[in-house]
Design a protein around this ligand. Structure first.
Ligand code: ATP
Length: 847
């Protein structure tokens, strides 16, 4: 009796809270995380920084205390900036992870609720169905044909049938429900579970590395050697000219610290993470960071129809029964009782019969709630209709079979009711009800029904056939055999209004939008046409067509196809593979447990936040929080923006660093005095490298970003002329800085003033160049300054910094600068502005 009561009510909220405190969270302890302090320390874990600090200490002993302190402070500030960046990135990624955390359906205080699995506790009742991941260890107390995949625990990939009566009734955390439904009572949670005992193994699953970050890291290594070589030359030449060895060593090391783009991979992570939070605002939750890079390359989007391209709000429009079509919109009514019984009994929607409003009383799959609403406007009548009926057996709906059946006991008699895709149900029918009498279903009659289905689905209706068999147990000749066909019901599911624009946007962006659906060919085509996905039925391929094609032939056919209808999840897998074989980067959506393999195979697997199952969510690299096609296109756009922005700051950082190195290198090979002191070099690094580069990472997109073709996935980040741009601009920055220094000397200014002019020219050229980096196609004069306030802010901070070291006497002493006169500024502005001006004229003439 107690069991019975608990079964209905579950734990009370209060009891659950008490138990959560007592037993702790339902989670597997994670591997150790770096503490904030360690994150801070790791900022200095760089060989060049150590060498710099060591040489600073040496110079300190030689009497240069002020210099040494300044260098240490600059290194510290740099470290703090790096720490803030890394810590914030880490935090926002953690927040994303908790959003993507698994959930479960638990009964508490008599209500079914979805909670984060971490809050589950011992004694909770959990509802399980196909696609769910079992959230803790427990015992199955109620269930219908529950099959569980326990391969994670046992390595055995065959599904295990669970039974409430015997020892097979145990279910284990981390296993997945393949089929059926059930209710489990939680017995063990967290580290106490079977999974907890082997948790150590799972902690070793590494987070996927971003391929771009990987490539930049290896590029970084090459650059390190290059920079070190140049710095060595600068040092040796300086010594050869009779400079002090210690001074020259410090100069070389400072140059190395400034010029080596050690922050590059880190900024890539920052900008990926920021992009991921932006995507979340647009309802796309990215589960795997590298997916962001791939998104921008997407060339085919394979989308489900129902709910993604359509509104998933079904309304029954037409019913075919007894050779006649009834149009419900015209007020025509169908009163065939057994037809209504089939559609209501063979239906998995949930009722809350205490509600008065029928819309609020029904929950579940819109295909099914629509059926109830078509016949019942009143909750009381519905209540009477379904009372005293017991479902003694069921074969749930499954997208492979495309039908479902139940056996209902009513007044001591058992009846089998079946509904599903018309051609599938008709295959199981031997009889038909006509004029209230049961007659054999001849092939002519079957043809007439299918013709009617054809015409209904041409009007974009999703069709379901209803059939039954009386006295099921007496006949006992097998379920779903020799059924009696009753009629067809056709529901409309209108396209999402915004989806049409998104489809057009895809086409403009060189992305193929493709619809994949379990629905009828005609229904699919009618919707696809309304959405401009295609306008010829030649672009429709059905599941049967796919069956008839070899993999090779399918590869050829997919190029033309825009709609795949009546497909099952297995076909989806073949479709992804075929598209990939043709060199496409495929994004593919899915919701059911059977879709997981296709989602895993796709370059970008997308699962549904609302209707998706745990298993598909876990297999996917992105979750659509609103199940909406438009969100996929938005995510692709963000993917492109992020990639573009990464190119922007790579271009900026590398050309600036090249400029710095060249200034020093050219001066040394031409036997000139050093244009900058070590501290000044470190200052340039601090003022120009950090904030402006990060601000470029959040730059708004170019207007025409979605009118470009998708980029090739194998394309290097330096492709499309980026290397040339960096080399040319870096060289010009170096030459102009040196020229400003030479002119200063030529005009007879003292060395300090000349150095200050060079320093300002170098910084200002970089701060101008950062705006140029915002676009690869437009010149600096065409870019709207105020669209990126972060960048404007960052540049203003950098300018204030340089003003401080020029005009505040204390800093002037520290950085060995001189307050510049107007004429000096003239030189600075000329040399820092000239390249951008010439470049703009060049871009203008080129266009
Ligand atoms: P997608 O979401 O991929 O666009 P879909 O939702 O249209 O596809 P399925 O859910 O696999 O595809 O449905 C395929 C067919 O199965 C439908 O056209 C319909 O005939 C039948 N069907 C759908 N839902 C049910 C149900 N609840 N009961 C019985 N038959 C159903």
């Amino acid at each position: 009796m107690i069991e019975e009561k608990e079964l209905l009510l579950g734990l009370t909220n209060k009891e659950a809270e008490f138990r959560m405190k007592k037993f702790g969270p339902n989670e597997l302890t994670k591997g150790k995380k770096k503490s904030p302090f360690m994150v801070f320390i790791s900022q200095f874990n760089d060989l060049m920084i150590w060498v710099l600090l060591a040489s600073t200490v040496i110079s300190c002993f030689m009497g240069d205390t002020a210099d040494a302190i300044t260098i240490i402070i600059i290194v510290l500030i740099n470290g703090i900036l790096g720490f803030i960046q890394e810590y914030r990135t880490e935090k926002s990624l953690d927040a994303l992870k908790s959003l993507a955390a698994p959930t479960c359906k638990v009964i508490r205080d008599g209500n079914m609720r979805v909670i984060n699995a971490i809050n589950l506790t011992v004694g909770d009742w959990v509802d399980l169905e196909a696609g769910d991941r079992v959230p803790a260890d427990g015992i199955l107390v109620d269930g219908n044909g529950l099959t569980v995949d326990e391969s994670l625990l046992t390595g055995e990939s065959v599904g295990v049938n669970k039974d409430t009566r015997d020892k097979h009734g145990n279910v284990y955390m981390g296993t997945t429900v393949l089929k059926g439904k059930g209710l489990m009572k939680v017995s063990t949670i967290g580290m106490g579970t079977e999974m907890g005992k082997i948790a150590g193994l799972l902690q070793n699953i590494e987070e996927e590395k971003s391929p771009l970050k990987d490539r930049l890291e290896s590029l970084g290594k090459v650059l390190v050697f290059l920079c070190l070589g140049i710095c060595a030359i600068v040092t040796v030449v300086g010594v050869a000219r009779g400079n002090n060895l210690g001074d020259m060593f410090l100069l070389g090391v400072s140059l190395a610290v400034a010029a080596i783009p050690e922050g590059l991979p880190a900024i890539v992570t920052v900008s990926l993470a920021l992009g991921v939070s932006r995507m979340l605002k647009r309802n796309a939750l990215v589960r795997k960071l590298p997916a962001v890079e791939t998104l921008g390359c997407t060339s085919v989007i394979c989308s489900d129809k129902t709910g993604t391209l359509t509104q998933n709000s079904m309304t029954v429009k037409e019913i075919y029964i007894d050779n006649k079509i009834y149009n419900l919109d015209k007020g025509e009514k169908v009163r065939n009782e057994v037809f209504i019984k089939t559609l209501i009994y063979c239906n998995d929607c949930n009722y809350n019969l205490s509600e008065k409003n029928i819309d609020k009383a029904l929950h579940g799959d819109p295909t099914e709630t629509a059926l109830v609403k078509a016949f019942f406007k009143d909750v009381q009548l519905l209540k009477t209709f379904i009372s005293n009926k017991r479902r003694v057996f069921e074969v749930p709906f499954d997208s492979n079979r495309k039908m479902m059946s139940v056996i209902i006991r009513e007044n001591g008699k058992e009846t089998c009711y079946t509904k599903g895709a018309p051609e599938k149900v008709l295959d199981k029918c031997s009889y038909i009800v006509e004029d209230g009498r049961i007659k054999p279903l001849t092939s002519t009659k079957k043809k007439a029904i299918l013709n009617c289905v054809d015409s209904m689905s041409n009007r974009a209706l999703r069709c379901l056939a209803a059939a039954y068999k009386d006295g099921f147990l007496e006949k006992n000749d097998g379920l779903e055999k020799g059924l009696i066909f009753i009629g067809i019901v056709g529901s409309i599911d209108p396209p999402r209004e915004e989806a049409r624009d998104a489809v057009l946007q895809c086409k403009l962006a060189g992305i193929k939008p493709v619809m994949i659906t379990g629905d009828h060919k005609n229904t699919a085509f009618a919707i696809a046409k309304a959405l401009s996905i295609c306008n010829s039925s030649d672009s429709v391929l059905t599941g049967d067509d796919i069956e008839a094609l070899s993999d090779r032939e399918l590869e050829r056919e997919v190029e033309k196809a825009r709609v795949f209808a009546r497909v099952n999840p297995n076909h989806k897998l073949r479709i992804v593979k075929a598209f990939k074989k043709r060199g496409n980067i495929v994004a593919m959506t899915g919701d059911g447990v059977n879709d997981a393999p296709a989602i895993k195979e796709a370059d970008i697997g997308i699962s549904m936040g609302i209707s998706g199952t745990d298993v598909t969510k876990e297999a996917s690299s992105m979750i659509l929080m609103d199940d909406n096609f438009t969100t996929i296109v938005a995510a692709v756009e963000e993917g492109r923006v992020i990639y573009d922005n990464i190119r922007k700051f790579i271009r900026y950082l590398l050309s600036c660093n090249l400029g710095e190195v060249l200034t020093m290198f050219l001066a040394s090979i031409f036997y000139m005095p050093n244009p900058l002191t070590p501290i000044q070099i470190l200052f340039v690094n601090l003022a120009t490298d950090g904030l402006p580069a990060i601000a470029l990472g959040v730059d708004p997109p170019d207007k025409d970003i979605m009118s470009q073709k998708p980029r090739d996935k194998k394309e290097s980040i330096f492709a499309r002329g980026l290397t040339e741009k960096i080399m040319v601009r870096g060289t010009l920055i170096g030459i102009c800085t040196l020229m400003s220094f030479i002119i200063g000397q030529y005009l007879g200014f003292d060395l300090k003033t000349c150095r200050t002019i060079a320093l300002c020219t170098l910084v200002m050229s970089q701060l101008i160049h950062v705006f140029e980096c915002r676009s690869e196609r437009h010149s600096i004069f065409e870019i709207k300054l105020f669209t990126n306030p972060y960048l404007l802010g960052a540049v203003l901070i950098s300018i204030s910094m340089i003003m401080c070291i020029l005009y505040i006497p204390f800093f002037r002493d520290v950085f060995q600068t001189q307050a510049l006169s107007l004429m000096n500024w003239g030189i600075v502005i000329f040399f820092s502005g000239i390249i951008a001006t010439i470049n703009s004229i060049y871009l203008y003439i080129k266009r």
